[in-house]
Design a protein around this ligand. Structure first.
Ligand code: GLY
Length: 444
């Protein structure tokens, strides 16, 4: 009997819990959550509501339950050293150490690492701790830039000239704010060339040497339909039957995997440490080819809900192989998925928290959609919204259009002060992506 600890309580973690419970490896699942996610609670033998950022608390719970294998969902516990503390206490982890998680938690580290080892796919960039140098770079660059805090911002820290920033003066002001206030927890700013193209998320399992990819997913950052509004953690995502999105190519996928492999190799050469766990490449396909926007040291949220809904291989066995350094290929059902996130009114700026929601789980099941609870709290038999995204609904079908209709048909079964993006996965939106790529490829 394998005793597994899952850390985190969002939609991604509900999907991880569900994939672990489908495993043929006999297991008991334990969970450490910041708030009671009823979906995870139902799948667990036992859960503990506590601070996932307190490494000592996590290790104490793991030891008390004689955990064999731990897996961390979100990035913040990785940055807080939870994996390192578990390893020190003899608990195996299928997630990266704090040092390895710098691929995400310090975007300056990742860019400079790839630069040093000449990994292809990087845009022009500069990493700065000094405002004068950052400003000089922006002034002399001559093209629109993207300004990013090097640290963690929950996907909401990236600002682009022409979108959130009007011009290079705005870019310099934002760089100043990042450096002065330590936005993202580090006084370091990354300035990059702005790229035009279509984005895709490529999640992979890594055992130190091997990088095993999963199907491409496209997430939707903006809060409102037609990519309007503020950036969010992601409002929903889709994947096609097979590995490739309809507007992208196998070559794009292969290029992404090759960049990830080279990066894992560069990390090992630089630090002497094996990168183990999930690695997520945020890529963009431009007229000049595939470029890396950023790495995450975890599965994506919502992307994990897409991917783990169609995983055919035994997920817990994959986690064991990540730890043991003997990964094999992973298989997926040939199905398209569309995930739509319901989020609290006011999200991401001032989400209406602690509002009750009503969920008709039976009706959702009958609709064919899969429900993943996310930032919610169950107390006294009711479910309340938290500060982030509330629940993901995933449609699974032979093509994206059908999967979209399934997800859409279930939306009304979650009631509350919530909203969602109706356009994710629709034919119109996919057509727009197709047209965009055609135009760009015409320039090749
Ligand atoms: N959906 C984007 C992320 O997980 O970072």
């Amino acid at each position: 009997m394998e005793r597994v600890l899952l850390i985190g309580n969002g939609g991604r973690e509900h999907a991880i819990a569900w994939a672990i419970k489908r495993s043929n490896v006999q297991n008991e699942l334990y969970s450490l959550m910041g708030a009671r996610n009823p979906g995870i609670a139902k799948l667990c033998k036992e859960f503990f509501i506590g601070d996932a950022l307190n490494a000592a608390t996590v290790a104490k719970f793991a030891l008390s339950k004689r955990i064999d294998l731990a897996v961390v969902g979100p990035e913040a516990p990785l940055d807080a050293g939870v994996v390192d503390e578990l390893l020190r206490n003899g608990v195996e982890c299928a997630s990266p150490t704090r040092s390895a998680a710098r691929m995400e938690t310090d975007k300056g580290f990742a860019r400079e690492l790839l630069g040093k080892y000449k990994v292809k796919g990087s845009p022009a960039f500069g990493v700065f701790t000094d405002l004068r140098e950052a400003s000089d770079f922006i002034d002399s660059f001559g093209k629109p830039v993207v300004v990013k805090p090097a640290g963690l911002t929950g996907g909401k820290g990236v600002k682009i000239v022409g979108e959130q920033l009007r011009d290079s003066n705005d870019a310099k002001e934002y760089a100043k704010e990042i450096l002065a206030e330590g936005v993202g927890g580090i006084r370091k700013v990354v300035v990059e060339e702005r790229l035009d193209g279509e984005e895709f998320s490529l999640q992979a399992f890594v055992d130190g040497r091997r990088v095993v990819g999963t199907p491409m997913v496209q997430d939707h950052k903006r809060a409102y339909a037609n990519d309007q509004g503020m950036n969010t953690g992601g409002m929903g995502a889709y994947s096609d039957a097979g590995y490739i999105l309809p507007f992208l190519k196998q070559d794009d996928y292969d290029e992404g995997i090759s960049i990830m492999k080279a990066s894992v190799e560069a990390f090992r050469k630089e630090t002497g440490e094996d990168y183990k766990g999930f690695l997520y490449g945020g890529f963009i396909v431009t007229a000049e080819g595939v470029k890396l926007l950023e790495f995450n040291a975890r599965l994506g949220d919502p992307e994990a809900m897409n991917t783990l809904s169609v995983i055919k291989s035994d997920f817990l066995n994959i986690l064991e192989r990540v730890v043991d350094g003997n990964l094999k290929d992973a298989g997926f059902y040939r199905k398209a998925t569309v995930c739509k996130y319901l989020v609290p009114e006011g999200y991401p700026v001032s989400p209406k928290q602690n509002e009750p929601i009503e969920v008709d789980e039976k009706a959702i099941e009958s609709s064919g959609a899969v429900l993943y609870y996310a930032s919610v709290n169950q107390k006294d038999g009711r479910i309340y919204t938290g500060s982030s995204r509330t629940a993901g609904l995933v449609g699974i079908a032979e093509n994206i259009e059908k999967a979209e209709r399934i997800a859409e048909s279930a939306i009304g079964f979650v009631k509350g002060k919530l909203f969602y993006r109706k356009d994710i996965g629709t034919r119109e939106l996919i057509q727009k992506r197709m047209d965009h790529m055609k135009k760009l490829r015409g320039h090749l």
